[in-house]
Write a protein that binds this ligand. Structure first.
Ligand code: ZN
Length: 330
């Protein structure tokens, strides 16, 4: 259960096909005939367009409700009963959206001893078996001095990934979309000592590598702390440049250039194990958040509007990412 190789080869026998317009057209017609009979194939003669469907849209009211429910579970550090409740909520929402998910349970060795952690890995099959991951962590940092409910860190990104899953499930995607909910991103004691961070993402990369399933992962889009009412996302210098450019271009197109800024910063986060393994990755994070790791990271300091902005940007960028992956040989 933990490290099963993906079901990719079974899902998408179209993997080996070229992506010429002719092929796409043919594939699309086949799919439509079987799944949803629409006249799309005749309307759009596949001018390089990958998925000609009427897109479902990101609903920030739904996303905000996911955020609010998580905050309602209280502090959710790795290994806590509240995090188990939160995970059950994630699993039940994925199920309600018709998305298949599995849990990867592991024991992490932390400075406070062994902690049982669980990653949630959900899959939305696309035309290709190759995957693009949308990721977040869902644990909150352990604080004993105050009550930390992590409205932005990490309820906001968890909420957005859930809502993105609902939207993408309703579409025919070119690439398989993997939704990754990492446990144990936060340091138990000190981020900078004893590798005390990103337990869940490191676990995912290790496990996928051993199972031979990492090669099928073509890109990772990580969301973290995107709830800030005053959303300010800076480019991360660790992230893959073309992916960052693609996401920032989408933001500019949508009129969110004020939120997605051109200044650069350097972020150490769950994308690092993926980058070290050679997977193109981008971190969308607003660390310019005065409430970060304080008792003020609560509902008063986040907004549905910020979730909407990030949701819209990711959905706009995704076809561009697919296009780049399918046309530029790696
Ligand atoms: Zn944090």
């Amino acid at each position: 259960m933990n490290s099963a190789p993906t079901r990719d080869s079974a899902i998408a026998p179209t993997n080996a096909r070229a992506t010429t317009p002719t092929h796409d057209g043919a594939i699309a017609r086949t799919d439509e005939g079987a799944v949803a009979p629409t006249p799309e194939g005749t309307i759009a003669p596949a001018q390089g367009r990958i998925a000609p469907t009427t897109p479902a849209t990101f609903d920030s009211a739904r996303a905000y409700e996911h955020l609010r429910r998580q905050v309602g579970f209280g502090p959710r550090p790795a290994g806590s009963a509240a995090l188990t409740q939160c995970r059950q909520y994630i699993l039940s929402e994925l199920k309600a959206a018709g998305i298949e998910a599995r849990e990867d349970v592991f024991d992490a060795m932390t400075p406070l001893g062994h902690v049982r952690m669980v990653n949630v890995i959900a899959t939305i099959p696309g035309r290709r078996a190759d995957r693009i991951a949308l990721a977040t962590h869902y644990d909150t940092k352990l604080f004993r001095e105050f009550r930390f409910v992590g409205a932005s860190d990490a309820a906001s990104s968890t909420a957005a990934v859930l809502e993105l899953g609902r939207v993408l499930k309703a579409r025919q995607n070119e690439y398989t979309v993997e939704l990754l909910f990492f446990d144990g991103e936060e340091a138990v004691v000190d981020w900078y000592r004893n590798n005390d961070n990103t337990y869940g993402s490191r676990r995912y990369v290790e496990t996928a590598q051993k199972a031979g399933a990492l090669a099928g992962l073509k890109a990772l889009v990580l969301l973290d702390m995107i709830g800030d009412r005053n959303l300010t996302v800076r480019r991360d210098s660790n992230s893959t440049r073309w992916l960052t450019d693609t996401v920032w271009a989408a933001a500019a197109t949508l009129g969110y250039g004020g939120n997605f800024r051109s200044e650069e910063t350097t972020i150490d986060d769950d994308h690092m194990p993926f980058l070290r393994a050679g997977i193109p990755s981008v971190d969308i994070i607003d660390l310019d958040y005065p409430a970060w790791h304080t008792a003020q990271d609560d509902l008063d300091h986040v907004s549905a509007r910020s979730l909407q902005i990030v949701g819209d940007v990711v959905l706009d960028a995704l076809p561009q990412i697919e296009k780049r992956l399918s046309t530029v040989p790696r």
